[in-house]
Design a protein around this ligand. Structure first.
Ligand SMILES: [Ca+2]
Length: 435
């Protein structure tokens, strides 16, 4: 059944907006056996060496662009010079055989909450890789293709409230839609969620197994950003810049779901009051920088992945402008720029297929301070960007020898970097020699 999405993609030539995220490389025999295999803990993992895909000073991307007729709007908007991490990286496999894991959230005691997409399960994973039984009380999900249980975040006041937030494809009459639920977390094996309440429902309902977004990010003010996609069908794509629809938007809500009074469109008749920004295709990666500004890695069409700095009320242009084309080769946009529509800070052609984005603020990898780390799906790499004055000045592709589709990247509480792969591995990156 896991191949279903691929064949839908292959047949959908009229739209060909298929994502690059839908097909896991292989089925796994240990499916559904919790804790079937526990791997050695930190310090015993395999080593790798830092690498780049190009020579220093030359762009890291060496393949020709899919859409050469679109030129960058400013120097450095694509193909930044290759970087090379000097610190030798230790890669430790903390756990294996997770079933299409999507997200990690750290509990205050440094254990991890990990979601598994299609199965719709939530587990607690200890630092040594021991997995709990699937938590009870997780909402029912529509788990086909790109759907299922996606992100998990803990409440900013989790120590007191024990609340956590989940995003997922909610099965509905006549289709599905992204939903965000919050619930109270109770310890145990299995752990338990109770007092579950849905706080946000993407509207309208549509029957699509793709492009619902789903990343959750708490702002410094305790308000919650939720990224939403345009469902990858014609009807949804048309709504990405329409304020009456949640499709293709980033929304900002109170933790109980209420729209904040200072959201940009609360007073506009017909507009959905949760909307914070519009004109997005499908956003799976989002994080705050050191100045608490929201950045996103946006999954584009062929040749059009983007890095955007998201600002209140702005329109990021999809599907009117962009740098890519349909997977069939048909054009989507006449132009890559238009007045009133935001330019991406950076774009990739060919694409990297960005999963999660994490802006590194730790001390463990000193040379990564401020770096943007992106989990690359089709690019099968951890992508690192360095920025100066909000422009990308260098790009690196790490862990390319593994051949893994990288889904999640998150900075752990001690500055180590944790990754989830579509193969089901939970990896931990530390410097081989503390730097
Ligand atoms: Ca855009």
């Amino acid at each position: 059944m896991k191949r279903y999405g691929y064949w839908v993609c292959a047949l959908s030539l009229s739209l060909a907006a298929c994502d690059k995220t839908s097909t896991p490389k292989h089925e796994r025999a240990t499916q559904g056996v919790p804790g079937a295999k526990v791997l050695p803990a930190e310090g015993e993992g395999q080593e790798t060496r830092p690498r780049v895909g190009g020579e220093p000073g030359r762009p890291v991307e060496t393949a020709p662009p899919n859409v050469p007729e679109f030129k960058p709007a400013f120097p450095g908007q694509t193909r930044a010079p290759a970087l090379r991490t000097k610190t030798a990286i230790q890669v430790t496999t903390i756990a294996q055989d997770l079933e299409e894991p999507w997200a990690i959230a750290f509990l205050p005691d440094r254990r991890m909450l990990v979601t598994e997409k299609h199965e719709g399960t939530l587990r607690v994973v200890e630092a040594n890789g021991t997995k709990s039984e699937p938590a009870r009380g997780v909402p029912k999900v529509d788990g086909a293709d790109q759907g299922g249980l996606l992100d998990v975040e803990i409440d900013p006041n989790f120590a007191q409230t024990k609340l956590l937030y989940l995003s997922y494809y909610e099965p509905r009459k006549d289709g599905n839609g992204l939903a965000v639920a919050r619930a109270r977390f109770s310890e145990g094996n299995p752990p338990k969620l109770d007092q579950l309440r849905v706080v946000f429902r993407m509207q309208p309902t549509l029957d699509s197994s793709k492009h619902a977004g789903g990343r959750l990010v708490f702002g410094p003010d305790g308000l919650l950003f939720v990224t939403l996609g345009e469902r990858s069908i014609v009807e949804g794509r048309k709504q990405a810049r329409d304020l009456a629809s949640h499709f293709g938007k980033i929304v900002r809500i109170h933790p109980d779901g209420a729209p904040p009074k200072d959201n940009p469109f609360v007073d506009r008749p017909g507009a959905r009051p949760e909307i914070w920004s519009l004109g997005h295709r499908n956003v799976l990666g989002a994080d705050l920088d050191a100045k608490n500004r929201l950045w996103i890695a946006e999954m584009g069409p062929r040749g059009g992945d983007e890095l955007n700095l998201v600002e209140r009320g702005k329109d990021y242009g999809w599907p009117t402008i962009g740098y890519g084309e349909e997977y069939s080769g048909e054009p989507i946009h006449e132009k890559s720029q238009a007045p009133g529509l935001e330019q991406p800070v950076y774009y990739w052609d060919p694409v990297i297929s960005p999963g999660a984005l994490s802006i590194y603020s730790g001390d463990l990898f000193r040379e990564w301070k401020g770096s943007f780390l992106i989990a690359g799906l089709s690019s099968q790499a951890l992508i690192r960007l360095e920025l100066e004055s909000d422009r990308v000045v260098g790009e690196e592709r790490l862990l390319t020898d593994r051949g893994d589709r990288m889904r999640e990247v998150v900075e752990g509480p001690e500055g180590a970097v944790y990754l989830l792969t579509d193969e089901g591995d939970l990896l931990k990156l530390t410097p081989k020699t503390p730097g």
